[in-house]
Design a protein around this ligand. Sequence first.
Ligand SMILES: [Zn+2]
Length: 619
Amino acid sequence: MRKPTFQASTQLLTLGLSLTARGKNMTVKGEAWDLTPLVPSTKIDKLQALMEQHVKTAEDFATKYKGKVRTMDAKAVQTFLEEYQDNALKREGAFMFARLSYAANSLDPEAKKVADIARRMNMKIRQAQAFIVIELTQLVASKPELIEDPILAEYKHALEITKRKAPFVLSDLEERLFIQKDRYGIDSWAQLQNDWLATRTYEIEVEGEKKIIPFGEIIGLYEHPNRDVRKAAKDIVWTGLSQDEILWASALRAIAGDHLETTKHRKWPSPRTQSLIDNDVDPETIDALMMSVQDHVTLYQRYLGIKAKIMGLPKLGEWDVVAPLPNMPERKFSWKEARQIAIDTYNGFDPELAQIVASMFDNKRIDGVVRKGKGSGAWFSDWLSEKSGFIFLSYNGRLGEVFTLVHENGHAVHSVLMSKAQQPLNTEIGMCIAEVGSIFGELLLVDKLIAEAKTKEEKLEVLAKVLDEFGMSVFQVSARYFFEVDLYDAIERGEYLDGETISKYWVKGRDMMYGDAIEWLPNSKWEWTFKVHYYLPRFRFYNYPYVFANLFVFALYRLYKEQGKEFVPKLKRILAAGSTHSPRELATELGFDIATTEFWALGMKQAEEFINELESLTK
Ligand SMILES: [Zn+2]
């Protein structure tokens, strides 16, 4: 994933990555990143002084402009935005250093101290800059002609989005009360859900050994090669979660109920509006997308049937859906090999992309080391002032991690291309577009691995991997979308959402996607309880962007297969566009209307081809 700068969530979707290393064979180690180029000095007192200086710059900026933005003309807005961006670029390095050092090693006392200083300084900067959005919104609402002003041409789309938000911004007092209400309301509910989940432990027996492990570790067993272990892990987790149903239901009821109230108070046309604006998409597009998913559920169910056959089962259990295929030779890739695979993967598409990837390795911008105190998951973080970035992952040499490495390098490619072409303000890509470079990169890797596969098993492994991820990102995530729609409808009707009622809606959404293709454990109806995203404050409908991103890229990849080299500059243009255009505009340039189900069917068609290829290997 790409680590967005505007919100704090990590690990939006953890797929294909098992948290526990398996197998007793060779250990493979990744290299560490070098964060020193981010700062002039890594000494704590120097860092603190530097950050204090940045706080002062932000406060001076506020003193200079507060109360004056509302009446600015185009020239003044340009100067204002340039100065704002300039400050943001100047302070980026110090704050990144703090954030990344801590992510890589939260047990390091120095990193902890620096991260703590950075958090406090960052809050001061946010407070100092809170006026910017409010005043800019008011300015654009009262002078919409600024959007078309040639002086502000580079910021046109950013101003359009600001204008779209304008009707829903409340008075200063109301906005402040909202922040206060959230702090001890939905923010606290989310914190409770998160903390409670993080402190749960589960007793499980793995290969004759009984152990008590936390939630974060037991879910790693969902991809364990032993079927009984997977099933037991799921069963133990669901049963454990069901025991705290009152807590989960209270949190979700409060957060969903609060959102519906907020929707009414801000006069958003629907509970989806906030998310649609944030993701720069329109309701017609998302309706077409979700309709296309509903039209293709049998495609996914067909894949699940084929996977069951490969695994020698009449039907998959829920514990088999993302499981590795049995009897696969376990391949390990050294860091050097993975580096070469990543570079070659992009080189096959375009040499400039390969150069960017090579520079990520050569400049030590990737942290692949597994160490105690390192956070889980994998992500990319922009370093806009250097037109580069940093990649975070834990590398053990498995195929899934090679995919992750290629995926995160796709974010790097995207970031470098757009930061070279755009103003920093135009690099705030929404979630629908943020995954284009990365998922496209993964498909290039699929191509390469299939072409080079020496055995049928290697091909099966790669195809099952890409289809497992596609199934989860497109269909399983869609279940969450339909579930969320049902929740707001239920609250609207005055239905009381206790644990059993919420579970009923979860099962409804799930069954819409899976039909009877899967055997579920009785307690799996509690699946909704653990997903941190349902509880994230002010982050409703986080789900459909994943569906969008995957199907969009599958459609682009199909176009690439048809057009070959002619397609290369088209993809590069999309990536370099950053946030200067909406996803719909970007697709229009390619000749597509994404507000039609026909467009989304193209992505499904590509998935169908992978499924056909997989099926032909089983005959
Ligand atoms: Zn990503």
